[in-house]
Design a protein around this ligand. Structure first.
Ligand SMILES: CC(C)(COP(=O)(O)OP(=O)(O)OC[C@H]1O[C@@H](n2cnc3c(N)ncnc32)[C@H](O)[C@@H]1OP(=O)(O)O)[C@@H](O)C(=O)NCCC(=O)NCCSC(=O)C[C@@](O)(CC(=O)O)C(=O)O
Ligand SMILES: [Mg+2]
Length: 296
């Protein structure tokens, strides 16, 4: 399991933000060549991002670059400059079909081969930002072995629907649910959209909690202040870890007696419950939380 709780968008034309992007502890730094960069700055941003990838140490953060969409003349130029610098991942915005991903995959393979990079190294994540894209989400998610995650781009998605993106997010409920289902079925991460009002911490926490409850594995963010909130929401609590440990103990005991089911405090424990407990413990282990349980 790779942690992708936070994906911090950093405008690809902003050297100060790029230079400091690794200090905030985001799981993924998502350098943007698409909508935060105007058409007049696309060329300069590509050079800046290329230089940043070559010279900066991003520490423990995974590094992704959001290229321009396949309906633009920019995306080929983006990857031809970026792939040789070995980013961990390319994020394709506004993916509409499996064909988009296959075309991108083949273009990346050519560039990897030409740059002496093992073909298949660069991962792909896509954003679904239209009704058509959502209808093809599962096919998109299984279109390449490079694929590790699909994300919803809520601003563009609501624009495509012709509705307003609200704080409550009812207009995105169905789309979020379908995206999570497609991601789970394909075995890739599901990433929730950005929350644009960086000063509304209550609204942001509420939206993040809903995303976690729906099955998203992480969230795109636009400001460093949003990172600790997402990490806090996605962190298993002491109680959850304690319960998971008890479940593991209980099922071990049941299995020693040849049974796959047991009662723990009056509640049935069987395979799906154990699976969930194992995921909680895996996450807790990755976050170094297991030792803290004794101090709960
Ligand atoms: C929102 C705001 C203007 C607020 O400015 P503020 O000035 O109020 O920020 P402050 O909090 O005061 O900053 C305090 C310190 O943090 C530094 N700092 C701030 N932000 C930082 C950052 N992102 N990275 C590194 N550093 C950062 C700053 O430099 C300062 O450093 P220092 O001076 O040293 O103290 C700013 O954050 C910002 O520009 N964000 C990025 C916006 C962006 O990328 N949009 C495109 C992606 S969405 C999209 O395209 C829609 C989508 O496609 C999405 C989908 O697909 O999901 C869809 O369709 O939905
Ligand atoms: Mg967008």
């Amino acid at each position: 399991m790779k942690l992708r709780r936070t994906l911090l968008y950093v405008p690809g034309n902003n050297p100060n933000m790029i230079q400091d992007s690794m200090i905030y502890g985001a799981d993924t730094i998502l350098i943007d060549l698409e909508d935060s960069v105007s058409v007049y700055e696309k060329d300069a941003a590509r050079y800046l991002v290329k230089y940043a990838l070559r010279t900066l140490d991003f520490g423990k953060s995974e590094v992704a670059v959001r290229i321009n969409g396949m309906d633009t003349p920019y995306w080929r130029h983006d990857i031809s400059m970026i792939i040789p610098e070995r980013p961990d991942m390319i994020r394709l915005p506004k993916a509409e079909s499996a064909g988009d991903v296959k075309t991108l995959d083949a273009a990346i393979s050519d560039l990897e081969a030409a740059s002496g990079i093992k073909v298949g190294t660069t991962k792909i994540m896509v954003s679904i930002e239209s009704a058509r894209g959502l209808k093809n989400a599962y096919d998109i998610a299984v279109a390449s072995r490079r694929m590790v995650a699909i994300a919803i781009g809520g601003e563009d998605f609501t624009a495509d629907l012709g509705v307003k993106k609200t704080r409550e997010g009812n207009e995105l409920l169905v789309a979020r649910g379908e995206l999570v289902l497609a991601a789970r079925a394909a075995g890739v991460d599901a990433i929730d959209s950005v929350f644009s009002d960086v000063n509304d911490e209550v609204g942001f926490r509420m939206e993040t909690e809903k995303a976690k409850a729906m099955g998203f594995t992480g969230k795109s963010v636009i400001n460093p202040r949003q990172i600790p909130i997402v990490h806090d929401v996605f962190k298993p609590t002491c109680e959850e870890i304690e319960e998971a440990l008890k479940i593991k103990e209980a099922i071990k005991e049941a299995e020693s007696r040849g049974s796959g089911v047991i009662s723990l405090n009056g509640k049935m424990v069987d395979r799906p419950i154990v699976k969930r407990a194992e995921r909680t413990l895996e996450l807790a282990e990755m976050l170094g939380l297991i030792k803290e349980v004794a101090a709960c």
